[in-house]
Ligand binder design. Structure first.
Ligand code: AHR
Length: 495
């Protein structure tokens, strides 16, 4: 089959905020303990962080990591994770029915973040706590004043502030599963007052208010409007969360999940514009898609997990080849919407619905979804360029026109680099794609990497970490690139 991808240097969507390629580490399952932190591990550094995991995260060039939750944050006392480790309390952690030892908290996590060259996106507890404590944690992390919480940080050994710029006003407060779930009006009031206090403490920070936990929430739409009407002038971003999956084993339909993501982004963007208009405001509210991924494989086994364990294996989805294709399409969607979506976090990073897996006390290995995410992180920096795909389509689920080829194009003028990301959703046929890259001049193809496997259910594992790994593609000869059937592709050009 033939297809065509056209992009024009002069038709751009937006500069891409590097935070579009962020990720997430929650105190959940084995994400922190045995994931990034394992003092007994052979590779542990002086603070107990696993250096095998740090090395791969650093190489991915992840710009920002959301912390400490997720549902966890809605019952969290951030002070528990500061100061003398010997005095830190063990707590019943109600979001995941586990025991939290508090061996790691913001004191340690900010050091880990420095060591892997990333920023922190910090969430505050607006469940069991409120605006006052939200202001206090901002003071602890960012203030240089001679005041109680800034001095507490100094006493704990950190003279220099942590300088955390991006903050979440709670997590999924629309969800009945949330610790101290709120109605839209209750949340909107709390978030607005927390935002005022947090910005009074540090007016350089940016704030993300909770949108809906997913597109099918019964309060979707009304929730966003209520929050925006109340807090518009005090916030910078509205959050979106969505997880996709293939529980019905319908691959053709599953691979169109990125079209659902696209619809969701457009709907929330339209709500932001509606309230902007209503308020006659000059300010735009941008989107923070701060939880997205595939999540469905682990659902049954998690129901069997015993309660009140320390770092139990939870949400340990093992990803297939088709999941990597879905993630590739979702990343293309985020890139094509870079004018509205400024922040996005692949949820999560290690062991919990994650691209990176570890064995307790043993090796680490990479899941299939690691590869599209890593390529986007590294080569998706610059300007998102409008992309026009001419491709045959197919019907699946409720959609009657799903293009076989899905693509995004990123131009990095500074590096003289142009990258085309493309997924071939066709299970049977290769696609010969003509690349029509207008006004870009003489660009030479320097790399074409392909992720593919004959078996769409193929996975990697500790024993077989290299079952699904990228291989070199045939490149773009005379403006035509061949996309193997059911493949993810990263094609890089230099001038
Ligand atoms: O990422 C896992 C969980 O998914 C988060 O804790 C929560 O915010 C969402 O429901």
């Amino acid at each position: 089959m033939k297809a065509k991808i056209s992009a024009n240097k002069n038709k751009t969507i937006s500069q891409i905020d590097k935070r579009l390629y962020s990720s997430f580490i929650e105190h959940l399952g084995r994400a922190v303990y045995h994931g990034i932190y394992e003092p007994e591990h052979a590779t542990a550094d002086d603070m107990g962080f696993r250096q095998d995991v740090m090395k791969v995260i650093k190489e991915m060039e992840i710009p920002m990591v959301r912390y400490p939750g997720g549902n966890f944050v809605s019952g969290y006392h951030w002070e528990d994770g500061t100061g003398d480790k010997a005095k830190r309390p063990h707590r019943m952690e109600l979001a995941w029915s586990s025991v939290e030892t508090n061996e790691v908290g913001i004191d340690e996590f900010q050091e880990w973040a420095k060591r892997v060259d990333t920023e922190i996106m910090m969430a505050v507890n607006l469940g069991t706590r409120g605006p006052e404590e939200a202001g206090q944690v901002v003071e602890y992390c960012n203030a240089v004043t001679d005041t109680y919480y800034a001095n507490m940080r100094r006493e704990n050994g950190f003279d220099k502030p942590f300088a955390i710029h991006t903050w979440c006003l709670g997590n999924e407060m629309d969800g009945p599963w949330q610790i101290c779930h709120k109605t839209a009006t209750e949340y909107a009031r709390t978030a607005c007052e927390a935002a005022k206090i947090m910005k009074w403490v540090d007016d350089s920070i940016e704030l993300v208010a909770c949108g809906s936990s997913h597109q099918n929430m019964p309060t979707f739409g009304e929730w966003e409007e209520t929050v925006l009407r109340e807090a518009y002038e005090h916030i910078d971003y509205l959050s979106m969360h969505e997880y996709y999956g293939n529980p019905d084993d319908d691959t053709a339909k599953y691979l169109s999940c990125s079209m659902d993501m696209e619809d969701f982004i457009k709907k929330v963007g339209a709500i932001c514009d509606k309230i902007k208009e209503e308020k006659k405001s000059d300010k735009d509210i941008y989107l923070s898609f701060d939880e997205w991924n595939i999540w469905f494989h682990s659902a049954e086994q998690d129901k069997k997990q015993e309660k009140w364990q320390i770092a139990p294996p939870l949400l340990e989805d093992i990803y297939t080849m088709e999941d990597a294709l879905a993630v590739g399409c979702l990343l293309n969607t985020l890139i094509r919407n870079a004018d509205r979506v400024k922040i996005a976090c692949l949820a999560q990073l290690v062991n919990v619905i994650a691209p990176i897996m570890t064995a307790n006390g043993g090796d680490m290995w990479l899941q299939t979804i690691f590869y599209p995410f890593m390529y986007a992180c590294r080569y998706g920096r610059g300007t998102s360029v409008e992309v026009n795909v001419e491709s045959e389509t197919y019907a699946a689920g409720e959609r009657d026109a799903i293009p076989y080829v899905d693509s995004s194009v990123v131009y990095n003028e500074e590096r003289g680099e142009l990258t085309v990301f493309a997924v071939n959703r066709n299970m049977d046929e290769q696609m010969d794609v003509s690349l029509n890259l207008e006004e870009f001049g003489q660009f030479k193809c320097v790399e074409h990497m392909v992720l593919n496997h004959d078996d769409m259910k193929a996975t990697n594992s500790l024993e077989h970490p290299d079952n699904v790994v990228p291989h070199k593609g045939s490149g773009a000869a005379e403006g035509v690139v061949t996309l193997e059937p059911h493949s993810y592709n990263m094609i890089r050009f230099y001038n």
